[in-house]
Design a protein around this ligand. Structure first.
Ligand SMILES: [Zn+2]
Length: 209
């Protein structure tokens, strides 16, 4: 996790938003490889290991030790993968700076989007298991709540695997007003209040009013 992302994070518990307290272990090139994020409100602690912050509730926590042997070969996602250039166009992002949130299988777009959009930092939520963090990509694990403060993202892309109502509510919450979010599914399970701009070529596009 990029060290500067700390100020954008929030505890996923349902209480007021307050900045988390970072205790760093190993830090390399401004990426926190290990450490702990503590919540000053409810005092929960979230570990950072191999650069990935784990906000999952303890029963849903994925531990390398408990998950058993990993398959030697992970098949590629069967879901259609959107073209990074069309994603960039739909997000209407120009100019560097800020954060773009990618959820689920959409995290696979990070490297291609980063090549098109310099100076933007990507936040990957529940990335496919074989992915590693990059200088332009921080990875977080979460349970149905994006652990980011409200209205901090310049854009959000939700992968087809997580195009369900709770994640779309969260995608909408973390987005800045007037900004776009794209779902890799033309007919996502939409919560009330989300406004559609377009749905074509397997992508659904909305805007936060
Ligand atoms: Zn808390």
């Amino acid at each position: 996790m990029h060290i500067e992302l700390t100020e954008m994070l929030r505890c996923p518990e349902p209480h007021r938003e307050e900045m988390l307290v970072l205790s760093t272990g190993e830090v390399k090139d401004r990426m926190v490889r290990s450490g702990i994020l503590g919540c000053p409100v409810c005092h929960k602690e979230y570990p950072i290991s191999r650069g990935i912050v784990n906000f999952r509730r303890s029963h849903a926590r994925v531990s390398k030790d408990e998950s058993g042997p990993r398959p030697a070969y992970a098949p590629p996602s069967p879901l259609p993968s959107a073209d990074a250039a069309s994603l960039q166009a739909l997000l209407e992002l120009s100019g560097p700076g800020g954060y773009v949130v990618l959820v689920g299988a959409a995290v696979r777009q990070a490297a291609r989007l980063a090549a098109l959009m310099h100076g933007i930092h990507f936040v990957g939520i529940n990335a496919p298991g074989d992915m590693e963090e990059q200088p332009s990509l921080s990875l977080l694990y979460a349970s149905e709540k994006v652990p980011l403060r409200t209205a901090v993202a310049r854009g959000v892309v939700v992968g087809a695997d997580l195009a369900t109502s709770p994640w779309l509510v969260e995608a909408h919450r973390v987005l800045l007003r007037g900004r776009r979010f794209v779902v890799e599914n033309e007919e996502p399970e939409l919560p009330i209040g989300l406004i559609q701009l377009a749905a074509e070529n397997g992508l659904w596009v909305g805007e936060k009013r």
